[in-house]
Design a protein around this ligand. Structure first.
Ligand SMILES: Nc1ncnc2c1ncn2[C@@H]1O[C@H](COP(=O)(O)OP(=O)(O)O)[C@@H](O)[C@H]1O
Ligand SMILES: [Mg+2]
Length: 286
């Protein structure tokens, strides 16, 4: 008598016109591990019946699209009873910079001093005056790639920035004010509870986001930072993420947790990370 181990079936969400290196590597590694993949390309037409049929086959689904549009798709699959990594519940922390700052405060995780500004501009100006951190960093509670992040030297500049944020976006989203920390940005990529990559994002601009960052290097995780990372993972319950830190003197402060992080800070490590993602997904199948 012969025994066959059942082939695992994993769903994969992406949003592209063609496969990126992430998809190509995922497919390659899945084949090696005898995992069957069901691809969901949300850039293509979405047919409800078809999605349901495909979703039914999957034992777990991995969202590798950072598009905001993907959130709705993840929730749709969850409504169909599917387990998605990462769960839409984690958005509560990752997609709202104010809630993240509050959650950190509650759990004694150091962050830059932060306040939520009033939607009334005159009150917001008074709040900034009382906050009294200059320069101050202003951020829309939602945003990526530093698009809604700006620095003001004084109240006049702050007013200009707030007006600009509100005119630019289609929505008048809430804005936070944050103490400015002069520091490189330290990215830690997490898969499961493992630190799989570190990268210092540096550059001439004070904003060290992916597109502006230059001279990316690895860095050592000290015990203090490790303890903070463990706490952040526990609180956010996120499985795969990129955590951004800054350093104020000797003190680590967390800036934000990014879901669906980039795996390409060092191209030669991409396959290793995607392999770890695949192993995590296999472990998470109940
Ligand atoms: N309080 C701050 N002090 C100094 N630099 C900051 C601060 N907040 C953000 N930055 C810089 O701006 C970049 C983008 O800010 P972030 O909060 O990560 O927004 P986004 O979600 O748009 O990436 C960060 O990577 C960091 O370099
Ligand atoms: Mg960021």
């Amino acid at each position: 008598m012969k025994f066959w181990t059942k082939k695992r079936i994993i769903g994969y969400i992406y949003c592209e016109n063609k496969f990126r290196d992430d998809e190509k590597l995922f497919i390659k590694l899945a084949r090696k591990k005898h995992v069957k993949l069901v691809m969901f390309n949300i850039a293509k037409e979405l047919d409800e019946k078809e999605i349901e049929k495909k979703a039914k086959k999957c034992e777990i689904i991995f969202n590798n699209s950072a598009e905001e549009f993907a959130w709705e798709f993840v929730k749709t699959l969850e409504q169909l009873g599917k387990k998605v990594i990462d769960s839409s519940k984690t958005y509560y922390f990752t997609e709202d910079k104010w809630i993240f700052a509050l959650a950190c405060k509650e759990h004694d995780i150091p962050t830059p001093e932060t306040i939520l500004l009033s939607e009334n501009l005159n009150i917001a100006k008074r709040e900034l005056h009382e906050f009294n951190h200059w320069p101050v960093v202003l951020k829309r509670i939602q945003g990526t790639c530093g698009e809604y992040v700006a620095r003001a030297e004084n109240i006049e500049q702050a007013e200009e920035i707030i007006n600009k944020f509100w005119q630019k976006g289609s929505e008048r989203l809430a804005i936070i004010a944050q103490e400015f920390i002069s520091s490189p940005c330290y990215r830690v990529t997490i898969v499961g509870d493992e630190i799989v990559q570190t990268a210092i994002k540096n550059g001439r601009s004070w904003k060290k986001t992916g597109i502006y960052a230059k001279n990316i290097e690895r860095f050592e995780i000290d015990p203090h930072l490790k303890a903070m990372i463990d706490k952040i993972i526990k609180v956010s319950k996120i499985h795969i993420c990129g955590i951004d830190f800054v350093k104020k003197g000797d003190e680590w402060l967390v800036l934000e947790v990014n879901s669906t992080p980039a795996f390409d800070f060092f191209d030669e490590e991409r396959e290793m990370i995607i392999g770890k993602v695949l192993n995590l997904l296999l472990r998470e199948i109940q």
